[in-house]
Design a protein around this ligand. Structure first.
Ligand code: ADE
Length: 247
């Protein structure tokens, strides 16, 4: 997969997102990440990329032309169709299902705005969708783009060492065949068994895989119910899950 980042700080995104799993996906040839700076495609001595908003008000708005020229160069760099995403707090919420959808694309372009935003005409003409990483305002789309790069890269086949570990993450429905609720991950423990801060739940030491799976499922259900009740609708819960939750 190829991901292009259009930003006034293109190296920043690669630096923030380029470690660990994402870096390894790059080394394994699963992900090609490239940054593009619209300033390099701006005209004039000052290479201007923004201007004051019509109608007045604070801040600056990013100009159509430098972004348009940059996006044309980005599209021309690879013949495969580019899905262009604009990172903004006005976008649809980014979630695990969207990460899976984006990870299936051959290429993705993440457009990061700075200042007060981007001229709406550029967005209408060039952008396929607008995504937000949460209901708060960042000073630019770069951190949001880094979040998307990380969430998408770890889903690329071969990016994780243990093929199972992505499927068992929080919000991955595959744990119960794909049509169950999206659940938070269960608690995890490692050595030592006995510690001043507590003991590992005995079921995890039992070697009984069916019992362990059942306990993990129950913990996931309980956690989700306690921390994110918005994710569970008891009315549509499978009977087995309802029993685990009520136990
Ligand atoms: N840019 C500024 N705030 C943002 C947010 N919450 N999500 C995505 N992009 C943003």
């Amino acid at each position: 997969m190829r991901i292009d980042i259009v930003s006034l700080f293109p190296d920043f995104v690669a630096q923030v997102a380029g470690h660990g799993v994402v870096g390894r996906a790059g080394e394994r040839g699963l992900l090609a990440l490239q940054g593009w700076n619209p300033r390099d495609h701006a005209e004039g001595n000052y290479r201007r990329v923004d201007d004051r908003p019509f109608g007045g008000g604070p801040g600056m708005v990013m100009l159509v032309d430098p972004l348009r020229t940059t996006l044309a160069a980005v599209r021309a760099a690879d013949p495969r169709p580019a899905h262009v995403v604009y990172m903004s707090p006005q976008g649809r919420p980014f979630d695990q299902a969207k990460a899976r959808e984006l990870a299936a694309l051959p290429r993705l372009v993440l457009l990061c705005g700075r200042y007060e935003g981007v001229d709406e005409r550029l967005l209408a003409a060039e952008v396929d969708e607008e995504l937000s990483i949460g209901d708060y305002v960042l000073s630019g789309g770069e951190l949001a783009a880094a979040v998307v790069v990380d969430a998408v890269a770890r889903l690329l086949p071969g990016a994780l060492n243990d093929a199972e570990s992505a499927a068992q993450d929080s919000f991955e429905p595959s744990v119960d065949g794909g049509d169950g609720p999206l659940l938070l991950d269960c608690p995890h423990y490692t050595r030592p068994v006995e510690h001043a801060l507590g003991t590992v739940p005995p079921v995890l030491l039992s070697g009984n895989h069916a019992l362990i799976a059942r306990w993990r499922r129950q913990q996931s259900l309980l956690r989700t119910w306690q921390r994110r009740p918005d994710l569970i609708d008891p009315a549509t819960l499978a009977k087995a899950d309802r029993r685990l939750l009520e136990e």
